[in-house]
Design a protein. Sequence first.
Length: 191
Amino acid sequence: MSDHKKKIIIAVTGASGTIYAIGLMKKLKSIPNVETHGIMSAWAKKNLQLETDYSLQDVNNLLDFTYNDSDLGAKVASGSFLVDAMVIVPASMKTIASISVGLGDNLISRAADVTLKEQRKMIMVPRETPLNTIHLENMTKLSKMGVQMIPPIPSFYNHPQTIQDIVDHQSMKVMDALGIENDAGGRWEGI
């Protein structure tokens, strides 16, 4: 294993599905050569309260570094700060729209803009349904720029028994895209 620590920004927006971010953070926390940098929007913090039993401190404890979404002077706002990838999980349609037009008005969209301009790995877990044409066009625009869209769509070939099984499978998909070996969620074995 390389001495290089893979640095990953994990941004959590106000879309429903904060548990997907927590699931990913837990998996990455257990990997010694991964360093995580977390940003939560104000609405992500509200959804954390509404959707989970986790406190903000619980989430911060899963991350190596945390930043305030209004701090545009944070190190993750600069291309000179080297990171390997950014994951936005869940990604609200507001955040996706902001990134697709280069708004950069908060730390999440600024860090995403930096990730794109530096041509680094970007993964989004879009969480909305149904999708309208504006949503689809914004995601298509970003996809054409190399952003990988991994919506949290459950698989049933692995016979999930709990919500955590579904969350783990999603974490596996994101970790696969990050190039991190894992066996988080039950893989297809063929028939």
